[in-house]
Ligand binder design. Structure first.
Ligand code: SF4
Ligand code: SF4
Ligand code: FES
Length: 371
């Protein structure tokens, strides 16, 4: 007897069904290659009322993306046998992509996602003068946007995005990949780049990304939206867009680490969101946790500062790396510890400079050098 697997498919026709439901279908493994073939098998042989979307059958058009056992995938690119093996004999659940309006069964309405691209204005407005023949792009520049250019707008990343789940305004990983793609394209007008990046910050909420990396994991074309998002954030800071919670948080980390060697978790809400930290401080006290107005600077702080300056000056000169503004933190540290600790605690640094710190600074350097 032919080997079979069970597909458990989401069914919903808003015109007749009050609620969505699931129906199971048996599919013989030797008659199908891909998940898309399996859906055709169901539609042609078992249940002609099943709806799903497809076009190219070759991972080019992006229209067949669905959710399989919770993960977004292209049905035409997913080997059915691989799914069966991974499911270990359990039914394979196929559902429409998350966060897009259901139309019928596995078909969703893509309009809202396309609208996000329009809102952010992710296109090329060419610099003047436009050359009579073609633009010449050097290979180094093409390398920068080779990956985002491969995006086929399947919205698999959108359907698995943690930020979309939490923030309905969030434009989506694919949209920010496109912003990055045009923000580093030498053919695009500077004013247009600026407008696009501002839109990414304001209309698109680019700082809501939590860097879970799921968009990278699910993308069928090797696009790496989470990395493009980091680059868009960096470009925004370089363009001078700093008065946003994400940039303030970054500046807080950099300032406090520079000033004391540690972040200040109690000052964070105030500095980033402008909210009164007193309830947080009281809660910490209630719980018996250590409460410090400013953290005690690490021994050997001056050498720490030199290291930070070295890393930041080389990698990110657009942040406030002269650190004169950090004197305000130094003053608070001096008041609390009744000593000029920021400039005096230098002894024993060499003893304490372990491999751990070397690795930490290397990582910091790599992080800020991401673009
Ligand atoms: S890394 Fe950001 S954009 Fe990508 S899935 Fe996670 S939250 Fe969404
Ligand atoms: S980035 Fe990848 S997953 Fe997202 S829409 Fe483009 S091709 Fe699909
Ligand atoms: S049918 Fe075109 S990408 Fe799957």
């Amino acid at each position: 007897m032919a080997e079979k697997a069970v597909l458990r498919i989401y069914r919903y026709n808003p015109e007749v069904d009050q609620n969505p439901f699931y129906r199971e279908y048996e599919v013989p493994l030797d008659e199908v290659q891909t998940l898309l073939d399996a859906l055709f098998f169901v539609q042609e042989r078992l249940d002609p009322t099943l709806s799903f979307r497809f076009f190219c059958r070759a991972a080019v058009c992006g229209s067949c993306a669905v959710k399989v056992n919770g993960v977004s995938r292209l049905a035409c690119k997913t080997r059915f046998r691989d799914l069966v093996e991974a499911s270990g004999g359990r039914p394979i659940t196929v559902e429409p992509l998350n966060f897009l309006k259901p139309v019928k069964d596995l078909v969703v309405d893509h309009d809202a996602a396309f609208e996000n691209l329009k809102t952010l204005k992710t296109w090329c407005e060419p610099k003047e003068p436009i050359p009579e023949r073609e633009y010449r792009i050097p290979p180094e520049e093409v390398k920068k946007y080779e990956r985002p250019t491969n995006c086929i707008l399947c919205f698999a990343c959108y359907g698995n995005c943690e930020a979309v789940m939490d923030d309905p305004k969030y434009a989506g990983p694919f949209a920010f990949s496109r912003v990055y793609r045009y923000a580093v394209d030498s053919r695009v007008k500077d004013e247009h780049k600026r407008e696009m990046v501002k839109n990414a910050l304001e209309a698109g909420d680019v700082w809501s990304c939590v860097q879970c990396q799921k968009c990278i994991y699910v993308c069928p074309k090797g696009v790496r939206p989470a990395e493009d998002i980091q680059n868009v954030r960096g470009i925004a800071a370089e363009m001078g867009f700093r008065d946003y919670p994400g940039v303030r948080k970054l500046q807080h980390f950099v300032d406090w680490v520079y000033a004391t060697g540690q972040i200040n978790r109690l000052a964070l809400p105030e500095e980033v969101y402008g909210v009164d930290p007193t309830p947080l401080i009281n809660k910490f006290r209630e719980k018996g946790a250590e409460v410090w107005e400013v953290p005690k600077p690490l021994p050997g702080l001056l050498e720490f500062r030199d290291l930070i300056l070295e890393v930041m000056k080389e990698k990110k000169p657009h942040l406030d790396i002269d650190f004169h503004h950090v004197r305000r933190i130094d003053k608070r540290v001096e008041e609390v510890f009744k000593a000029d600790v920021c400039t005096r605690i230098t002894e024993k640094f060499e003893e304490q400079k372990s491999d751990f710190f070397s690795r930490f600074w290397k990582k910091l350097g790599e992080f800020f050098g991401a673009s």
